[in-house]
Design a protein around this ligand. Structure first.
Ligand SMILES: C[S@@+](CC[C@H](N)C(=O)[O-])C[C@H]1O[C@@H](n2cnc3c(N)ncnc32)[C@H](O)[C@@H]1O
Length: 320
């Protein structure tokens, strides 16, 4: 059997059709859902592709520059935040939705976990270049995933949820953004085992400064762009209104999406200890000299403040 055949055989033991959730079978290196006749071949980079919405093929979410930036901080982030988070409650099956380059999934797989990473098709070329194992990485949409119900002990999605339901290549919300976000949250809940956990992180909409993203076009009230761009050039952060429709989430909005809309049991804002020191925080610009103070403030926040407008960044654990 050739390499694609071997990989298809391995994946068919776990994956399901993202349309019907029926099991898949492998024939001649292609995954098939027999009842509907759907076929999922691997792409030119060797990764199986479950993308249903053709719009995702036009989306380029990652540049070479951003890929290098992601690489620099991941090892410490994994050792000091992510692996301890998973190990806190045990469990060997883990999924990252919107995994980017997939370093976390590579580390989990090397440590003997059953780990899968899912991201949209444009990531496949980066995975191939990095040598990511096609048994652990699949292309697709977080809102329609090829994994069985309740399969994972834990699912995590970092800095991704705020891009769900936005227009291709922008932070601008699409007209149907709420439906898309509900479908995304339902999928994350569906593939998590009852009692399992989902980790969701995102800049906090209730805090008026976004430490991750640049100011953008349609998300910017008319007339304020020059000042917001100037502020970003000085401090590496973006001023924004802390209410109303915007691509970021507040704690209450995340809780509502996952619990009221998607049926999860609860949501808790976790301490940011070891999250911020290593993960991408933006450049901080003129505030760089105060980085330690800023990190101390963020990491030392008591539980009530973590859900409030005094917290710039949400690290939320959802309980299925
Ligand atoms: C800001 S990057 C974060 C990457 C990675 N999680 C990290 O923290 O280094 C957001 C990621 O979400 C992915 N993404 C956007 N929409 C997605 C969707 N509908 N399904 C799965 N991934 C998606 C993008 O391709 C991108 O890799």
């Amino acid at each position: 059997m050739n390499a694609a055949g071997d990989i298809a055989e391995t994946l068919a033991k776990v994956l399901v059709c993202p349309r019907t959730y029926a099991p898949l079978t492998a024939h001649d290196g292609v995954l098939h859902e027999e009842q509907s006749g759907a076929a999922y071949p691997s792409n030119e980079h060797g990764y199986f592709d479950f993308t249903l919405n053709p719009e995702f093929y036009a989306m380029e979410s990652t540049s070479e520059e951003y890929a290098v930036e992601q690489q620099s901080s991941w090892r410490r982030f994994y050792d000091e935040f992510l692996k301890p988070w998973l190990d806190r409650e045990g469990g060997r099956r883990v999924l990252e939705v919107g995994c980017g380059l997939g370093l976390g999934i590579r580390y989990f797989a090397e440590d003997g976990y059953e780990a899968f990473g899912l991201d949209i098709p444009c990531l496949a070329k980066f995975w191939a270049k990095a040598g990511n194992d096609p048994r652990c990485f699949v292309n697709g949409d977080g809102a329609a995933m090829p994994f069985p119900d309740g399969y994972f002990d834990a699912v995590y999605t970092l800095g991704t949820i705020e891009h769900i339901g936005t227009k291709v290549g922008h932070y601008t919300l699409a007209d149907n953004y709420l439906d898309t976000r509900r479908a995304f949250a339902r999928e994350l809940v569906r593939v998590t085992k009852p009692g399992g956990r989902i980790l969701v992180t995102c800049p906090n909409k209730s805090f008026p400064i976004d430490i991750h993203h640049e100011p953008t076009d349609a998300a910017t009230p008319a007339g304020t762009m020059r000042f917001r761009r100037y502020f970003f050039d000085c401090f590496g952060m973006t001023l924004h209104k802390p209410f109303g429709a915007y691509h970021l989430f507040s704690f209450g909005e995340l809780r509502h999406l996952f619990c009221a809309d998607a049926g999860a049991a609860g949501a808790e804002a976790l301490p940011l200890r070891h999250y911020f020191a290593f993960k991408r925080t933006g450049s901080l610009g003129l505030l760089r000299g105060f980085k330690n103070l800023i990190v101390m403030y963020i990491e030392g926040m008591p539980p009530l403040l973590r859900r409030s407008c005094f917290n710039p960044f949400l690290v939320v654990e959802i309980r299925r």
